[in-house]
Design a protein around this ligand. Structure first.
Ligand code: 13P
Length: 257
């Protein structure tokens, strides 16, 4: 059975001092968590200090992006190997804010995933999701299908086994409007069907698919109750230790044995 993962995407928030304070508090509050996967994704420069605090805990650390070259004259970029050397285990790839503001495309998402899988042990958390306009025009499935097909192009089944998918409807991110559990479940099930077509049933069943978009302590339970929702990729509500831990504790009680 897929384990539940609660991942926090801090986006461009927290100085190093704030990140360290959060990590210390988190470390002290998750001592009894055994069944739920926990991930926090700080900005690049906070990766090493946050890792050094969380290294003895069950929580993993992830970056929010990477570049597809290992090293060289690419001012401002950070490679998979550099992220791994900070002690991190995860990397978010293809977040809608990267697509919207920084020119990320399915092609660059694919390059980043391939580089990550071939050069290091990081787990990519690959984000897909439609805009409100696309949903209203009835294009949701087409958009998701393209993002999945192009983003995961050329991956072997063994590579796919290392991937986590996050469905993040753009209209639900940071808006306070969460997808209803039915809306989210419909897309998660659809993604699983696409994975079955593209790979096989075993991969489709094994791949964790997280939901992201205004998830918070008051709605996480009903989302996690859906059979195809395996966790949350949480922005705003992951920035305060109390609400982040509350969601982890809810997930822990819902452990799927
Ligand atoms: P919010 O939880 O703030 O809507 O952000 C979701 C998100 O983009 C996580 O990656």
């Amino acid at each position: 059975m897929r384990k539940i993962i609660i991942a926090g995407n801090w986006k461009m928030n927290k100085t190093n001092a704030e990140a360290v304070a959060f990590a210390k508090e988190l470390r002290d509050k998750i001592g009894k968590i055994e069944k739920t996967g926990i991930v926090v994704c700080p900005n690049y420069i906070a990766l090493a200090p946050v890792n050094s605090i969380l290294k003895e805990t069950c929580a993993g650390v992830g970056a929010q992006d990477l570049y597809w070259e290992s090293s060289g004259a690419f001012t401002g970029q950070v490679s998979a190997e550099m992220i791994e050397s900070s002690g991190s285990e995860y990397v978010i790839i293809g977040h809608s804010e990267r697509r919207q503001y920084f020119g990320e495309t399915d092609e660059t998402v694919n390059k980043k995933i391939k580089r990550t899988l071939t050069t290091c042990c990081l787990t990519p958390i690959v984000c897909v999701g439609e805009t409100l306009e696309q949903r209203e025009q009835g294009e949701m499935k087409e958009v998701i299908k393209t993002q999945i097909t192009e983003g995961l192009l050329g991956l072997s089944s063994t590579q796919m086994e290392r991937i986590v998918i996050a469905y993040e409807p753009v209209w639900a991110i940071g808006t306070g409007v969460t997808a209803s559990k039915e809306q989210a479940e419909e897309v998660h099930l659809y993604i699983r069907e696409l994975l079955k077509e593209k790979f096989d049933e075993q991969i489709a069943e094994a791949t964790p698919i997280l939901y992201g978009g205004s998830a918070k302590p008051t709605n996480i339970k009903e989302l996690l109750e859906q059979p195809n929702i395996d966790g949350g990729l949480i922005g705003g509500a992951s920035l305060k230790v109390d609400s982040f831990v509350e969601m982890i504790e809810i997930a822990e009680q819902m452990f799927r044995g």
